[in-house]
Design a binder for this molecule. Sequence first.
Ligand code: AMP
Ligand code: MG
Length: 493
Amino acid sequence: MTAPDLHALSAGPCWCEDGFTRQLGAGFHVDLPAQPLPEPHWVARSAALAAELGWSDWLASDDALALLSGHGDAGLLATVYSGHQFGSWAGQLGDGRALLVGEAETALGRREVQLKGSGLTPYSRMGDGRAVLRSSIREFLCSEAMHALGIPTTRALAIVGSALPVRRESVETAAVVTRVAPSFLRFGHFEHFAHTAADPAALRRLADATIERYFPEHRGSAAPYAGLLETVTRRTARLMAQWQAVGFCHGVMNTDNISMLGLTIDYGPFGFLDAFDPGHICNHSDHSGRYAFARQPQIGFWNLHALAQALLPLIDDQDAALAALEPYKTEFPDAFLAAMRAKLGLASARDEDRDLVDDLLRRMAADRADFSITWRRLAAFDSAAGAANTALRDLFIEREAFDAWALRYAERLRVEASVDAERAPRMNRVNPKYVLRNHLAETAIERARAGDFTEVQRLQRVLERPFDEQPEHDADAAFPPAWAQQLEVSCSS
Ligand code: AMP
Ligand code: MG
C-alpha cells in the first residue's frame, strides 16, 4: 500500500508511509479520490492549532488551500464502521463524507488529518458526501473551544468554503472542515467487525493494532482486551464528567460518534446550556430525549456495554468484560465531584460536598439559572456576606432557598479557612466566562452566509481564552437574547 505522495508541500505536513489506518489494510477502508470543492476560499483557520503542529507557514499557503479543499493529488481513505443509533442497531455506516488525508509527523506527535465534507464515499448511503457551511462553522468553533476548555476533543484546523450548492431543508453552500486527531477510531469500528462483518480475525487485528499504538500499557499483558476496555471505560467516564461540569450537551451519542480515545468527536446538534435544565435536549431530532443533558453519563455507560459486547469474542469471558466496565461506577462520580469541588473553589474534600453540589444544582434547575453565569459569578462570592451576595442571588427566584444554600457554602469555606482573594482566581480558571452558546454561533453563521467571515474569526479568538475576562467581549458572556430560545438545531448538517 503506497502512502499519499504529498511531496509538494515543502514546509507543510510530513506524511507517514505507515499510518495507522492505512496499515490496517483492506477490509478496514477504501482508497478514494476526493471530490474537490470548486473555487474554494478560506473561511477560518486555527492559528493556534497550526502553531502547535508546526504548520503555521504552510497553512498560509495556496498549497494548503488546495489540499484542504480536496484538490491534492493524494489518495484518500474512507473507513468502515457500524453502530447503534438512538439505542437501536443500525448496521453498517462508515465515513460517509469524511476522508482521511493521512497521518503526519507533527510537533504534537503523529496526527491523522481528515477532510469532512469532501464528497461521496461507498458509505454515504442516502447522503451527498457534503457538509454545509453552517454545520462546518459549528464544528470548527466548538472543537477549538472545547480544547481551550481543557476537554479532550478532535481538533479543527480550518474551514474552506465554496459556492457549491448543497440541499438540506433549504439550499445552502458547501464547506470542508479539516479535523486533526491522534485517531478517529470509534466504538463503531469494533462493533463493525464483531457484528456486521462478523470477522473475529479482523476484530483481533484491529484491537491488537489499537493496543499497540494507542494503549501500549496493555501490550503483552495477560488480558489485553479487557485492559483496553477498562481504559476506554475510565476515559469515557472522565470525559462525561467534563461535559457535565461545563454544561456541554453532545446531542447524538450514537456508538458511531463515540471515540475510542475518549475524545469529543462528531459535533452536530450539540449545545452549551444557557438556563440550567437537566432535561435539556439540544438535538431537535431527538424526540424521546435519549440524549438529554442529564442522561449523558448513563448513555456513556450504555455505549460502553455496546463496546464490551463487540470485544467479547476477544475477551472470551463475560464476567471479565463486565468487570472491565465496573470502574465507570466510581470513575464518573469521582471525576464529577472533583470537577464540582474545583468549580466551588474548594481545596479540600469533605463528605458533605456532594450534598452542597446537588443542592446548588437543584436550586439552579428549579430557577432555570444560567449555567455559565451562575458558576462564573460564584467566584466573586464574599464569604463574609453570606446571603448578601446580590449579583449571585439575583440569578435565583426562590431567594430564601438560595440564602440557605449560600450560608452553607460560606460555612463550608470557613471550615477550610478559604481566602476569598485566593479562591476567586482559582475558580475563574475552571468556570469559563465564554462558551459557544447557540446564539453566538448563529450570529457568526448568518454573517458568514452573507460572505463576512470576520465574526467567525472573532468568536474563535474569544473562545480560545474562555477563562480570561476579555472585558471588550463582555457581550459574548451575557445572558442569551430572547430569540435564542427559538433556535432549533437538528441532525441536518
Ligand atoms: P452522524 O450522526 O452525523 O454522525 O452521521 C451518521 C452517519 O451518516 C455517518 O456514517 C456519516 O458519515 C453519515 N452521513 C451524515 N451526513 C452525511 C452526508 N451528507 N453524506 C454522506 N454521509 C453522511
Ligand atoms: Mg458521525
